[in-house]
Write a new protein. Structure first.
Ligand code: SF4
Ligand code: SF4
Length: 72
């Protein structure tokens, strides 16, 4: 299964929980501060997201939306 994520960087507080839990190492921290003063998480478009949804489940800010191929 393939998927993709969309991160609302304005909501992200840079806690890195999603980064630690992603089995595909698909998320990294941006080098650009968001309006809240955090380095937000960003999806690595060169890597494969499996749509597992763990990142969205772990995010305390509910900043991540997960889309799976079978839903598109
Ligand atoms: S849905 Fe799964 S594979 Fe995709 S970015 Fe989130 S944790 Fe990683
Ligand atoms: S878990 Fe949520 S708040 Fe934390 S870095 Fe990831 S997207 Fe940002």
């Amino acid at each position: 299964m393939k998927g993709k994520i969309v991160i609302d960087t304005s909501m992200c507080k840079g806690c890195q929980l999603c980064i630690g839990f992603c089995p595909k190492k698909n998320i990294f921290l941006s080098s650009q501060l968001n309006a809240k003063g955090y380095f937000p998480a960003q999806a690595d478009t060169k890597k494969v997201c499996n749509g597992c949804g763990i990142c969205a489940l772990m995010c305390p800010e509910a900043a991540i939306e997960v889309y799976r191929d079978d839903e598109n």
